[in-house]
Design a protein around this ligand. Sequence first.
Ligand code: NDP
Length: 294
Amino acid sequence: TITTAFIGLGAMGFPMAAHLARHAQATGGRALVWNRTRERAVAHAAQYGTTAADLQDCAQAEVLFSCLPTSAQVDEVIDHMGAHLRPGTVWVDCTSGHPDSARRQREHLSARGVSFLDAPVSGGTSGAQAGTLTVMVGGPTAEVDSVRTQLAFAGKVIHVGNTGAGFAVKAINNVLLAVNLWAAGEGLAVLGRHGVNVGAALEVINASSGRSNASENLIGQRVLTREFPVTFTLGLLAKDAGIALDVVESVKGSAPVLAQTLGLYRAAAQIIGENEDHSAALQLIERMNAQEIK
Ligand code: NDP
């Protein structure tokens, strides 16, 4: 039987760890959880039958998951666990982290006999609840294959390359989300000023070639309703766009649209607020055009 530990019960981690609990119950294993604010781990244990453990106990798990805001917080947790880590553990980091950090973390942990896989996820909080997340994994094939059956929150697992490749793919995916969301917002704001009914325009776009996940799901449900429910913050999306531009720079690439997009989301995070939902970036477009998107 396998013991897993999940570190970081945030908007994503809380529902992801629930699937590990379900898997543990089905296979006779154990699922430990840890969160900086301990009450959340205690609530998870009460709700799903996991064990709210301390970091020292989590360090003994065979498979260790983390899902924290950035690679910097993962570094902090690795430092805290330090000597308690046991050889043979596989650390599966589901943070949307930085490829340079992944290479450094893998190297650092290998000295303790612990292997590190970058395994960020997409699908949002609804995908985490449903257990249908897409996991993009970077690392050696044998190590990736050794944890596939433990990824109980996944709908799809894709091995995308060596260490850091998972984080690179995730950052580029998310900057594409940022591009699509922003571009659709500009288009709809302009149509609104043109006197077109924005809801009707969105219906056309969603039945036409200009559609995207942002137009099909985000704008109808979050912007036109004026609800902007916070499931994925603007600050985290701006962070992802920054990682994407670091990837561009690391290969001396030319990606001017992505670079503009980073600047726009940094501005939106400053002006609208980093703790607002990412869909609230369109409130900056509304101000730029003196036109509500509704
Ligand atoms: P949240 O802000 O909801 O959760 C962050 C978690 O990290 C909390 O458990 C928080 O603990 C913990 N944390 C923060 N700082 C520290 C620290 N210094 N030491 C230890 N723990 C810390 O974030 P999300 O769940 O939304 O995002 C997590 C990761 O997943 C990010 O990298 C994000 O980009 C990515 N992601 C998010 C998606 C989404 O839709 N939300 C979708 C796909 C990926 P505490 O409770 O104490 O604050």
